[in-house]
Design a protein around this ligand. Structure first.
Ligand SMILES: C[S@@+](CC[C@H](N)C(=O)[O-])C[C@H]1O[C@@H](n2cnc3c(N)ncnc32)[C@H](O)[C@@H]1O
Length: 400
């Protein structure tokens, strides 16, 4: 058994108690169906057709449960294959699905490198896994080969700068504690951690919190035996090598350097160059979360704000409350981990935002507020771009 497999047998990640399924649904990115539609299917997927999905390295089941539960709740057909090296993680994921009565899930204990035998998938989730493979590129390539021709990948990989302080500790713990059982490594590392000076870059990094929430979280962050972060350039290249193109990160505004630059200092024109500058200037991005499709389809995969047939949804924001905030202040406060930012949203967009209900198209909203399409676009566009920049607005036909 590899060290990585041993870790996740002893410390399934993230730590989850199946009983909690009775109280709450864990949601997140990637892999909410609204996001999948917005970033992979141009906001226009026909959800009456079954979604064939793979959750690669599914762990204790967060993405699997979110995807299966959201689709079940709105009576949309799906078939999901879950695969993970860790049978302990699989047992937890299976129990969670069982408590919720979720059907059409094929649970597999095995490596994502062998997914070819399960056929092609419309959608693949791979969150927090590829950076733990001994040869990550083989993982990117295997997943790309398992994508159906018009399919897409939702991914999360670690990013270097926001994880400042993590890697020297991982190296030191590995040198000191290699050969101990995972339980003993954890006990010793926690003692050493307590003795670290307050000025250690890890202790000064406000963006890292997982390690103090559970033993599995501490182990995953600081005792992992295989963990390589990706810059935006690294992830773009790894995707391209596999024949995939980046559609977008889920919060594309974070990758735009322009708001950080003074007049006369221009961002590079090339998208990857610009994103690379933004990543370096921000210094706080600890994971890259995004969607990819085959290279040729990537430019058209993202939903368009100007199409009257698009059906907008808000994610994590109540449209009525948002509309009130915009009407009174012309802005919205967005919290991003340890950072906060103010989104400027023109006040004239408030009545439009109040109409968003996941069912009305942009065309119908324009009619309801009695605006011709041209005037509507002029009011909707800037607000929609600002909100979509932080993943707060998505287009999808999930509910119609
Ligand atoms: C950090 S956890 C992430 C779990 C889950 N994707 C999530 O985001 O909650 C990494 C998972 O990847 C699994 N894993 C690592 N290498 C794998 C491989 N080659 N094939 C399948 N699963 C793998 C581990 O067993 C572990 O459950």
């Amino acid at each position: 058994m590899s060290k990585v497999q041993e870790q996740y047998e002893v410390f399934p990640y993230p730590e989850r108690d199946p009983k909690d399924e009775k109280k709450r649904l864990v949601t997140g990115s990637p892999s909410h169906p609204l996001e999948i539609d917005h970033f992979v299917f141009g906001g226009k997927r026909d959800w009456s057709k079954p979604l064939r999905a793979l959750v690669a390295g599914g762990g204790t089941g967060d993405a699997l449960i979110q995807l299966a539960q959201v689709l079940s709740s709105v009576n949309r057909p799906y078939e999901i294959t879950y695969i993970d090296l860790s049978s302990a993680s699989r047992q937890i994921a299976e129990k969670r699905a069982g408590i919720r009565g979720l059907k059409n899930i094929n649970f597999v204990t095995g490596s994502l490198l062998d997914v070819a035998e399960f056929g092609l998938f419309d959608y693949i989730d791979c969150c927090g896994v590829l950076h733990h493979l001994p040869e990550p590129q083989l993982g990117f390539d295997a997943l790309a080969a398992a994508l159906a021709p018009r399919g897409g990948l939702g991914f999360m990989v670690y990013a270097p700068y926001g994880r400042n302080g993590v890697y020297p500790l991982q190296e030191a713990f590995s040198q000191l504690l290699d050969g101990l059982s995972p339980e003993n490594q954890l006990a010793q590392a926690k003692k050493i951690f307590r003795a670290l000076p307050d000025g250690h870059p890890f202790k000064r990094n406000p963006h890292l919190d997982d390690y103090n929430q559970s033993d599995a979280g501490f182990f995953d962050l600081l005792l992992h035996s295989q963990d390589r972060p990706y810059t935006v350039r690294d992830i773009t290249e790894a995707l391209n090598h596999a024949g995939l193109g980046l559609v977008s990160f889920t919060q594309p505004a974070l990758y735009d350097p322009s708001p950080l630059l003074p007049d006369g200092c221009l961002a590079p024109e090339d998208r990857t160059d610009a994103m690379e500058i933004a990543e370096k200037l921000r210094g706080t991005i600890k994971t890259h979360v995004g969607y990819a499709t085959r290279i040729a389809q990537a430019p058209d995969a993202l939903a368009k704000h100007s199409d009257p047939n698009q059906i907008p949804h808000m994610k994590g924001v109540n449209p009525q409350a948002l509309a009130r905030e915009v009407a009174s202040k012309g802005q919205l406060r967005v919290v991003l981990g340890a950072d906060k930012t103010i989104l400027k949203i023109p006040k004239n967009a408030a009545p439009l935002l109040a109409q968003v209900d996941g069912r009305k198209s942009l065309g119908l909203i324009a009619k309801t507020v009695e605006l011709d399409q041209f005037s509507f676009n002029a009011q909707w566009g800037p607000a929609a771009k600002a909100l979509a920049g932080y993943g707060l607005l998505l287009y999808s036909r999930l509910l119609v």
